[in-house]
Each structure stands twice: as structure tokens, then as C-alpha cells.
Design a protein around this ligand. Structure first.
Ligand SMILES: Nc1ncnc2c1ncn2[C@@H]1O[C@H](COP(=O)(O)OP(=O)(O)OP(=O)(O)O)[C@@H](O)[C@H]1O
Ligand SMILES: [Mg+2]
Length: 583
């Protein structure tokens, strides 16, 4: 009847089952509910016999009185069992969804940066929404089929047997033939519905692109191109759907005809039995109703494999995420008072194994409280170099040390607690300005401290002009603010963190010269007594650094102070002259 399930899928299903097991007790309620439902359904069709034969045909007063009462009782019971089943299964389902969702979410929090860069966001996000729902649906359906449907079929067959064993024998021969034909038709539908899902995906893809890229579409006149793309995928989707409708309507009609022939056979046999005096009208009605009662459950039982497969597929892609290795956090050293000596010792790095190295033989030391400026052309590896320090990536060769301890030996928390970062692309959360300033562990700061940071980073300057001040919502990823405003919030956040090591990656690149100059003061204040790695295109920011290194294709080609480098008259001097004539 069902295809064999391969061991891999069986393992996935068993693992999913582990999420259901904690709710065993509620499961018992569900089972009682389902068994009760099956029993009551069977009782209902069984009652049709005395109702017809005795109350209606023989007009037995006694029976005519208790039958309606029995019906009321049965429907009340059915209601109660129904509620017990629905509610307990629903309860288990929602709990499973919740547990899986939390698990994936927590996983996302601890996965390495690399994981997210290697994948597109859409499919990752759908795991936490679509897949978990799919799994719960699959599991509850399978349970329902395994208990309620199978018991219902057993109850119905029992009734059929009690009413007429001969007819049951006949049905047992006819039904499998009907079932085989119907199943063949069902297969044909499924082939189509798979393809339709693909074309729905295409429609979504095209639409999402124009929603996100609406500015590009507008300015570059992409209307026609986009409309044509939509026409294309929409046409495909429509055609496939129409084909499905065609196949399905024909399929339904054919199923009904085949089914009708089967029923005709049963009716014919019933007629013969009745003539022979072996079947009363009541027995026939009861038998026939019991037979109809099996239809839905049998259909679900034959389809259960597809449901299992769907759940297993959804589960497998979920477990794929859950089984990913976390960031390696094997270090155990916890530095108490970090002074902030940062040393890169012969560091090399490539984003992917076997790829060309983005950094090679980087050796540089920054003394506590000193500042290191990193300059170089776009793509020379500046951002990469500083992202190794908080271990967003691990070095491929060499060592990075904080206060003389290799950073790999520190706990990730200890390492990151001691580093503040203003990155090239500022990320804000859909919350208020104040909450973005005091993000995460910075929540514990007092209102005064937040105000002070907002003041120093010149956040107040624009926040005060907004109707809600620091309580203004910044929108999705901060879209309601300008680039410079976002950057100032990021600087404020770093000020508030007050960590001994500070990384500034183009921290002021979105600011105009005047704002930059003012923030520069705040930054200089911030850099005092703090080890700072600063990346800047504008060399005015760099000049004051204690040491400057020039990167080219991942290698340090020059290093020294501003004066030293100028007098060397190499790359730095060239860059500097270029800047100077520019401004
Ligand atoms: N996440 C990543 N995965 C793979 N390669 C990357 C990744 N980020 C950067 N690269 C590559 O590494 C090289 C160095 O990039 P990096 O961002 O460090 O340059 P940069 O010096 O900061 O440049 P810019 O001044 O433009 O910010 C580039 O060739 C880039 O293509
Ligand atoms: Mg960069």
C-alpha cells in the first residue's frame, strides 16, 4: 500500500517524534478522544438498523422512543470526543512548533558568521516559519490516521460484519479494485501539483525583487522588463493550474463513475440477499452507511505516506540547520582587566579553504591605549583584518593575541565583551533610537549614561528634532534614518560599551566633513586610553594614529607614523597627496 520508507527518513521521523514524546499525557487524552470518536461513529451507523427495522418498519413504539434519545447521546459523545481530540492534538502541535522554532532561533544566534554568508536568507527564514508548521501538521495527521482512522475503519468493518457477512465478503473483493484505480489517478494529480509549487516560487521571486528593488526599477525604467518577466511566470503558473483543474475534474468524475459501479454491485448483491430473506432494510442501510464511513479514513490512510514524506523533508532541512556546528568556543581563559594589547602574529586568512588568501603574513602590534590605522585600496583586506579580532572568522595561519593570550584560548564572550565595534555597514534593529543605543548587554545602562552617549555621538542633535526624541522608532533596519544618523547611533553604541579595544571600520564615512569633524572629537575622546583599530578612507582621520599600516592585496606594504610614511614617499604619501589635491 505505501512505499517503503528509507532508513534516513525513518531516523528523521524518529527524531521528530522525540519532540512529541514530552506531551505523552496529553497524547493519552488525544488517544482516548480518537478511540472514542471511532467507537461512536461505529455505534451511530449500527443504530440505523433498529431505527429502520423496528421503529420505522415494524413501528415498535418502545424503540421509536429510545432511538432518538440514543442519537442525542451519541452526538453529545461525539462532540466531547471531538473536542478532546482536536484540542489535545492542537495543543501538542503548537507546543512542538514552539519548541522547534525556539531551537532553530537559538541555533541562528550561535552559528558562525560564515554560515549566513554561504546561504540566502529566504530559505533560512522559511525554516522557522513554514517548515515547523509543516512538521507539526504532518505529525498530527500521522497520529490521527494511525489511531482514529484505523479504529474507525475497524469499527465500520465490524458493523458491516454484524449486519451482513456475505455483503462484506463481496465488498472486500470490489473495494481493492476501486482503490487501485483511484490511486492511479491520484498519482497523476500529484505530479502536477509539484510543478505548480515551482512556478508559484517564481512568481514570488519576481515580485520580491521589484518590491525590494523598486528604486532601481523606477530610475532605470525596468517596468517593461519586469512586466515581461511576470507575464512569463504568471502564464506558466496559470497553464499549469488549468491543466491541474482539467485533470482533477476528469479524475473526480471518473472516480465517481468507478465508485458508482462498485456501489451498483453492492446494491445488486443486497437485492439478491434481501430476496433470499437474508437482509432487512435496516441491515442494508446500516451496512451501506458503515461502508461510506470508511471512505474518508481509507483515503487518508492510503495518503499517509505522502504526509510522512512531507514532514520528513521539512524535518530534514530543519535538522540540517540544527546540526550545523556552532561557533567554536572552546577557549576557557577569562581575562579580568584587559589592558588592550593587540598583536597580529604572522596572520593569514582566506574566506574559503583553497581560495586565494585575503590576508597574508600580517604582523603588527598595538600597545594598550595606542591606535593603529589601516589604509589601503578598496578590497585590500582592511575589514577582513579587523573582523578576525572578534573572531567573526578564525585565522587560517598565525595567531592573534589579546594581552599576550591567543584569542582562541579566550571564551568568545570574554573576548567580545572587551571589543567595541562600529562597522562599515551599520545594523540597526526595528526599535527606538534609545534601545538601539543600549542594545543587548548595554541594556543595563542608566538613562543618564545613554543620554551622555547620545550627546557625545551627536545623536541628540537630530533626535531632538524628532517628535518622539530618543523614543523614535528607526524602522526596519533603520530605514527611517539617514546613513549618517545611523552611523552616529552606532558610534553612540560603541561609546556606551566602553570596551578596552575599539574597532572603527569607516565609522564616519557617511558623514559630511563638518559633522565628521565634530564627531571626530567624540571619537578622539573615545580613543583615549583605548586600543583602537581604525579604518578610514579619509586620511585626516588617520593622521593622528600612533601607527599606520598600508595594506595591498592582503599584505602590509608600509608601516610607520604619518610623518615617517610621508618622508618615505611611498604608497601612503601617494595616497595622501591624492587626497590633498581632492579636497
Ligand atoms: N564574506 C566574504 N566572503 C568571501 N570573500 C569576501 C568576504 N568579504 C570580503 N571578501 C573578499 O575579501 C577581500 C577583502 O575584502 P575587505 O572587505 O576586507 O576589503 P576592504 O579593504 O575592507 O575594502 P573596502 O575599503 O572596500 O571596505 C575582497 O577581495 C572581497 O572580495
Ligand atoms: Mg571594508
Amino acid at each position: 500500500m505505501t512505499k517503503k520508507i528509507d532508513p534516513q527518513s525513518a531516523r528523521t521521523f524518529r527524531r521528530l517524534w522525540q519532540f512529541v514524546l514530552p506531551y505523552k499525557r496529553v497524547g493519552v487524552v488525544a488517544m482516548i478522544g480518537m478511540a472514542g470518536t471511532a467507537l461512536v461513529e461505529g455505534g451511530l451507523v449500527y443504530l440505523l438498523e433498529p431505527m429502520t427495522d423496528e421503529a420505522l418498519v415494524a413501528q415498535n413504539l418502545e424503540t421509536a422512543r429510545w432511538i432518538p434519545l440514543a442519537f442525542i447521546g451519541i452526538f453529545v459523545l461525539r462532540g466531547i470526543f471531538g473536542i478532546a481530540t482536536e484540542y489535545s492534538l492542537g495543543w501538542i502541535g503548537r507546543n512542538v512548533i514552539s519548541a522547534l522554532r525556539r531551537m532553530v532561533f537559538c541555533k541562528f544566534l550561535t552559528l558562525p558568521t560564515r554560515f549566513f554568508e554561504e546561504r540566502t536568507a529566504g530559505p533560512l527564514l522559511s525554516r522557522i516559519t513554514y517548515n515547523v508548521e509543516m512538521i507539526a501538521e504532518s505529525v498530527t495527521t500521522v497520529v490521527t490516521v494511525a489511531i482514529r482512522d484505523i479504529l474507525t475503519v475497524i469499527a465500520a468493518i465490524t458493523v458491516m460484519y454484524l449486519q451482513s457477512p456475505t455483503l462484506l465478503l463481496f465488498v472486500a473483493i470490489v473495494i481493492p479494485v476501486v482503490a487501485l484505480i483511484v490511486r492511479g489517478l491520484g498519482r497523476a494529480f500529484r505530479r502536477y501539483s509539484g510543478r505548480i509549487q515551482d512556478s508559484v516560487g517564481e512568481v514570488m521571486q519576481v515580485t520580491e525583487e521589484i518590491v525590494r528593488g523598486n528604486r532601481v526599477v523606477k530610475i532605470f525604467g525596468g517596468y517593461e522588463y519586469e512586466s515581461e518577466r511576470l507575464d512569463e511566470v504568471d502564464r506558466r503558473n496559470k497553464q499549469q493550474n488549468l491543466k491541474l483543474i482539467r485533470v482533477r475534474s476528469v479524475g473526480v468524475a471518473m472516480t465517481q463513475i468507478i465508485f458508482g459501479i462498485g456501489v451498483a454491485g453492492v446494491v445488486y448483491m443486497a437485492g439478491r440477499e434481501s430476496l433470499g430473506g437474508n437482509l432487512t432494510p435496516g441491515q442494508f442501510i446500516s451496512f451501506f452507511s458503515a461502508m461510506m464511513l470508511t471512505l474518508q479514513p481509507v483515503r487518508r490512510i492510503t495518503n499517509v505516506n505522502a504526509v510522512i514524506q512531507r514532514g520528513v523533508a521539512a524535518g530534514a532541512s530543519l535538522f540540517e540547520v540544527i546540526d550545523e556546528a556552532d561557533e567554536t568556543d572552546t577557549g576557557s581563559t577569562v581575562l579580568q582587566a584587559v589592558r588592550g594589547r593587540v598583536e597580529y602574529r604572522d596572520v593569514s586568512f582566506a574566506y574559503k579553504a583553497n581560495n586565494t588568501e585575503v590576508l597574508a603574513n600580517i604582523s603588527v602590534t598595538v600597545e594598550p591605549g595606542a591606535s593603529l590605522a589601516i589604509v589601503g585600496h578598496s578590497g585590500s583586506g582592511k575589514s577582513t583584518m579587523v573582523s578576525l579580532l572578534p573572531r567573526f572568522y578564525d585565522v587560517n595561519g598565525g595567531l592573534i593575541l589579546l594581552d599576550g593570550t591567543p584569542i582562541r584560548e579566550l571564551t568568545l564572550k570574554n573576548l567580545r565583551d572587551n571589543i567595541s565595534l562600529v562597522s562599515q555597514d551599520v545594523v540597526l534593529f526595528n526599535d527606538t533610537i534609545a534601545n538601539n543605543l543600549s542594545y543587548g548587554q548595554l541594556r543595563r545602562h542608566s538613562r543618564q549614561e545613554i543620554m551622555a552617549a547620545a550627546e557625545a555621538a551627536h545623536v541628540l542633535e537630530f533626535a531632538n528634532d524628532m517628535p518622539d526624541g530618543l523614543e523614535t522608532l528607526v524602522g526596519d533596519r533603520g530605514v527611517l534614518l539617514s546613513g549618517g544618523q545611523r552611523q552616529r547611533i552606532a558610534i553612540g553604541r560603541a561609546l556606551l560599551k566602553n570596551a578596552p579595544v575599539l574597532i572603527l571600520d569607516e565609522a564616519t564615512s557617511s558623514l559630511d566633513t563638518q559633522s565628521e569633524r565634530r564627531i571626530q572629537e567624540a571619537l578622539h575622546e573615545l580613543m583615549k586610553n583605548r586600543t583602537t583599530l581604525v579604518i578610514a578612507h579619509r586620511l585626516s582621520t588617520v593622521e593622528k594614529a600612533d601607527c599606520i599600516i598600508v595594506l595591498e592585496a592582503g599584505r602590509i606594504v608600509e608601516s610607520g607614523s604619518h610623518q615617517q610614511l610621508l618622508s618615505r614617499d611611498g604608497q601612503y604619501a601617494a595616497l595622501y597627496r591624492l587626497q590633498f589635491t581632492d579636497e
